[in-house]
Ligand binder design. Structure first.
Ligand SMILES: Nc1ncnc2c1ncn2[C@@H]1O[C@H](COP(=O)(O)OP(=O)(O)O)[C@@H](O)[C@H]1O
Ligand SMILES: [Mg+2]
Length: 249
């Protein structure tokens, strides 16, 4: 049995910045994302804020390759990825935790986790185990490996979704509202886990989030309105005005 590590064995020296330039995305004829420019620098945590329906999930889906932009380019580690399939992007190291978690309800927790191995560059080999680091981050999962994904609480499913993304050893983790609909004590656990992941692996994070406490843990923020980026800066400089305008606090 090989025991895959979460941390990269050979720290990669390349610049893992995600760069988005002049992105325009439509659903049919509705123009959703407008001239979006954004950068997630290597090793940084960046938060995207904005009210419901402004286009945050649309942007994340476009980064993951689930939606095609009409114009614009996306680069990861200096390579254009705009034309790559979602699977290729995952294998380059972009891990995704979708809004609503998308746990497979009638599959065990263990098999939900092992599915995350598909995102490894070499794919799934069939004899891998779940690294202990996953259970250090999310102890509750260890006690639930044989339960069905659908039997877990919302908070547990969210932890499972993050853990599944980590199984692919991402170099950038993209999280879409990981605390939505989750009770406050579990929100704090999820925040702490994300902090530990960053410390342990040095990965970059793109977070869509409504909870100010979590938003403040990011290095930088972008604020979106009507599909466009209308403000950005260091989270330590977040003003009450920006918070009130863009967060449902
Ligand atoms: N599959 C879809 N087809 C058509 N319109 C959609 C679809 N998904 C989302 N939209 C619309 O696109 C806009 C942006 O949605 P979304 O990216 O989900 O916003 P957010 O994540 O910021 O709440 C909304 O007006 C929403 O109604
Ligand atoms: Mg959304």
């Amino acid at each position: 049995m090989t025991s895959p590590q979460l941390t990269q064995n050979n720290p990669i020296q390349t610049d893992l910045t995600l760069r988005i330039s002049n992105l325009n995305v439509y659903y049919g004829e509705s123009h959703i994302l407008r001239n979006v420019d954004m950068s997630i620098p290597s090793g940084q945590m960046v938060c995207l804020i904005g009210r419901n329906g402004v286009g945050k999930t649309t942007l994340l889906k476009t980064i993951m390759g689930l939606l095609k932009p009409r114009t614009g380019e996306i680069f990861f580690a200096d390579k254009p990825i705009t034309k790559l399939t979602p699977d290729r992007r995952a294998k380059m190291g972009i891990g995704y935790v979708p809004q609503g978690r998308e746990i497979i309800p009638r599959v065990s927790v263990k098999d939900n986790l092992l599915l995350g191995l598909e995102a490894r560059p070499q794919g799934r080999k069939g004899n891998e185990s779940i690294p202990e680091e996953i259970f250090d981050l999310f102890p509750v999962l260890k006690t639930m490996l044989s339960r069905m994904g659908g039997d877990l609480s919302g908070g547990q499913q969210q932890q499972l979704a993050i853990a599944r993304a980590l199984m692919g050893k991402p170099r950038l983790l993209v999280l879409d509202e990981p605390t939505e609909g989750i009770q406050p004590s579990i929100i704090l656990e999820i925040e702490a886990a994300v902090q530990r992941i960053i410390k342990a692996t040095g990965i970059s994070v793109l977070l869509v989030e409504q909870h100010l406490h979590f938003v403040r843990q990011a290095d930088r923020y972008y604020a979106m309105q009507k599909g466009g980026i209308v403000a950005s800066g260091n989270t330590e400089d977040l003003s009450q005005e920006v918070i009130q305008q863009f967060l449902a606090v």
